[in-house]
Design a protein around this ligand. Structure first.
Ligand code: FES
Length: 106
């Protein structure tokens, strides 16, 4: 696994990412959906495993799940698991924060 810096610092990530607002991140030609929620940053593949909906256009529901904008499948941000297991799990990417910045493991 390679660790790639995505923010210069945790405070910069804090400025850029709004709570519960998914965003698209391009890292090494991968489209990644990144979400800040309750002090943590989560990163999952951006393409929905059901029918390739763009998850960064989705929402976060009251349970903290990422809801696909196309057919409203709901994915756990920590595990990538779809709530009702109607489609495959999302690939999840680890995030590491340190004094040197915020990194994603690819
Ligand atoms: S494409 Fe995501 S739920 Fe159908």
């Amino acid at each position: 696994m390679e660790w790639i810096k995505i923010f210069e610092s945790s405070s910069r990530a804090e400025e850029v990412l709004k709570e519960n607002h998914p965003r698209l991140l391009m890292v090494r030609e991968k489209r990644i959906c990144i979400v800040k929620r309750e002090g943590k940053i989560y990163a999952v593949q951006n393409s929905c495993t059901h029918s390739a909906g763009s998850l960064h256009l989705g929402t976060i529901n009251f349970k903290g799940e990422l809801v696909c904008p196309q057919h409203q499948y709901q994915f756990n941000l920590k595990t990538g698991r779809e709530n009702s297991q109607r489609s495959a799990d999302l690939e999840c990417y680890p995030i590491r924060e340190s004094d040197d910045g915020v990194f994603i493991g690819i």
